[in-house]
Design a protein around this ligand. Structure first.
Ligand code: AMP
Ligand code: MN
Ligand code: MN
Ligand code: MN
Length: 284
């Protein structure tokens, strides 16, 4: 039996549209067998997601997607199989929570200068208890009619050079990889094709990531094109890194792809789940 494996998605704990329990139920309907929830900088959804996954017979993998600043760019590092009770991880993510709130207030100030009032309150009301992200601002701006949908918001606002953009310092690559490793997790570079790095910096990133103990890169993800699957499969092979796959699902109408429709990893990839006992159990 071929397994549907999805190791990257988001719930309302960060910027997804579905609550963790609804996301898992949706994954079950889409025929997903192995699922990792990887909310941005927050692990608050893992316990309930695991419970619901158990009820649906889905093999659940603890995950997180940590924001990192590397060479003045924002990168995302996924941590798979992290321990959500690890104190260092919990306290580092709590700090990111606090820093995100300060960043959100600065974003709102920048939007206010552009004539858009009350954006902090608006985004916060949408985020509720979740960490506050640019998606919450985008939804607020779209609801107020400043753009036709969240996608169009990101063309006019919240990105470099536009109102609402704040140059935020996330943790370093070394810190994120160490936090993940120290909590028993597996560090994975998320969607490497999305970073505007150029070949030299991409090679430097792979080298540096591996030198810290990084393990895998996402090869198949909804934001990569088929030629990029091949390109990153080759890079993984070149650097002795394993390969991961995930939809990066955020919700209906927001994501590039539904859950459960990922193409297989290219044949020469070593899957990051290759030696995971819980995945072998499902396959048997
Ligand atoms: P933040 O971590 O607060 O900077 O928010 C980043 C999130 O915004 C990403 O994880 C995406 O979900 C979303 N995002 C960023 N850029 C875009 C874009 N151009 N179009 C749609 N969503 C975007
Ligand atoms: Mn997101
Ligand atoms: Mn990401
Ligand atoms: Mn993501």
């Amino acid at each position: 039996m071929s397994l549907k494996i999805d190791l990257h998605c988001h719930s309302t704990i960060s910027d997804g549209m579905l609550a963790p329990e609804d996301l898992v139920a949706y994954a079950a309907r889409q025929g997903v067998n192995v699922l990792a929830l990887t909310d941005h900088d927050d692990i608050g959804g893992l316990k309930v997601a695991r419970q619901v996954a158990d009820e649906h017979g889905i093999t659940f993998i603890n995950g997180v997607e940590i924001s990192v600043t590397w060479k003045k760019r924002t990168l995302h590092i996924v941590g798979l199989k992290i321990n959500p009770d690890n104190d260092a991880l919990k306290s580092a993510l709590n700090q990111v929570h606090v820093d995100r709130d300060a960043r959100a207030r600065e974003m709102a100030e920048s939007l206010a200068k552009a004539g858009i009032p009350d954006a902090y309150e608006g985004a916060k009301a949408i985020a509720k208890q979740a960490i506050i992200t640019r998606v919450h601002f985008a939804r607020f701006l779209a609801e107020k009619g400043y753009a036709k949908d969240t996608k169009s918001v990101f063309k006019k606002y919240l990105v470099k050079g536009k109102p609402g953009y704040v140059n935020h310092q996330w943790m370093t690559l070394a810190q994120a990889v160490k936090l993940i490793l120290d909590s028993g997790g597996i560090p994975v570079i998320a969607h490497p094709g999305r970073y505007d790095l150029g070949i030299i910096n991409m090679l430097l990133l792979m080298h540096e990531f591996r030198s810290y103990g990084g393990v895998a890169i996402e090869v198949v993800t909804s934001s990569h094109t088929p030629p990029q699957y091949q390109q990153f499969a080759k890079l993984a092979h070149q650097f002795g890194l394993k390969s991961s796959q995930g939809s990066d699902y955020h919700g209906q109408g927001i994501s590039f792809m539904e859950m459960g429709y990922l193409p297989p990893l290219p044949a020469n990839c070593v899957p990051v789940w290759q030696d995971w006992p819980e995945v072998q159990v499902v396959a048997a």
